[in-house]
Design a protein around this ligand. Structure first.
Ligand code: ADP
Ligand code: MG
Length: 232
């Protein structure tokens, strides 16, 4: 089986004041092709730290990170940027959309940066946004969209370049519970439909239970977790 992500012995410490805190103390994780894995843990457990390392957004860690068959740690800055663009998509708690661009343009832009033809990029953006129920919001700017709609645009943007792996950090954390449920379900359906994989950080057991597999971050290490039916 092809692994989209293989993390081995990942360690990350931070200096805080005079002390050193070991946030990740040797994390191992594999995400298979087409698999959606929940990274569960309370606030402060190191979920964002882990996603930043896997997203090749931050240095300062020890360990191995293999993404789509490439050993990322051995790449130089340019190589990491290329691998990030080719293989990864990102969704954050706050949408980070470009305020002066409309919904379609926000999804077109990363494709143009990736070298797509403008017409094809536009078609893909419209089809992703329509799949997320935003067919009637294509030319709305972020400020003209609801929070749930903004996150849907961010989801479409993350999938625009057909990433092998989507990294999502509390992707519905800024939404009310009902909207969060709907947007998460749409996000998961789209990732599955596109044949992508995802690693989704959340502190919410109920949301984690909707994914294929759950790993829990505790004391700087990861363990497989099972969510009781009563939480679902
Ligand atoms: P989570 O996303 O699970 O809430 P984080 O990864 O954001 O957790 O943070 C884990 C721990 O690492 C926290 O104790 C946080 O204060 C610390 N931390 C995160 N980033 C930094 C940083 N840049 N400098 C110092 N400490 C940090
Ligand atoms: Mg976080």
């Amino acid at each position: 089986m092809n692994d989209v992500l293989k993390v081995s012995s990942l360690k990350r410490s931070f200096k805080q004041g005079g002390a050193v805190i070991d946030v990740l103390r040797g994390v191992d994780l594999t995400v298979g092709e087409g698999e959606i894995v929940a990274l569960l843990g309370p606030s402060g457990s190191g979920k964002s730290t882990m996603l930043q390392a896997v997203g090749l957004l931050e240095g300062g860690f020890e360990g191995q990170i293999r993404i789509a068959g490439e050993e990322a740690v051995q790449l130089d800055d340019a190589g990491r940027t290329r691998l990030r663009r080719e293989a990864l998509g990102f969704v954050y708690q706050f949408h980070h959309l470009l305020p002066d661009f409309d919904a379609v343009e926000n999804v077109v832009l990363p494709q143009l940066i990736h070298g797509a033809a403008p017409r094809a990029a536009r078609d893909r953006a419209e089809s992703l946004l329509s799949a997320l129920g935003l067919g009637h919001r294509l030319t709305h700017k972020p400020s003209q969209l609801s929070g749930g709609e903004q996150q849907r645009v961010a989801v479409a943007r993350a999938l625009a370049n057909r990433p092998a792996l989507v990294l999502a950090d509390e992707p519905t954390g800024n939404l009310d519970e009902r909207t969060a449920d709907v947007v998460l379900a749409e996000f998961l359906a789209l990732v599955r439909g596109e044949g992508s994989s995802a690693l989704v950080a959340t502190h919410n057991e109920r949301l984690a239970a909707k994914m294929d597999r759950i790993v829990r971050l505790h004391d700087g290490r990861l363990a497989e977790a099972v969510i009781p039916d009563s939480v679902r």
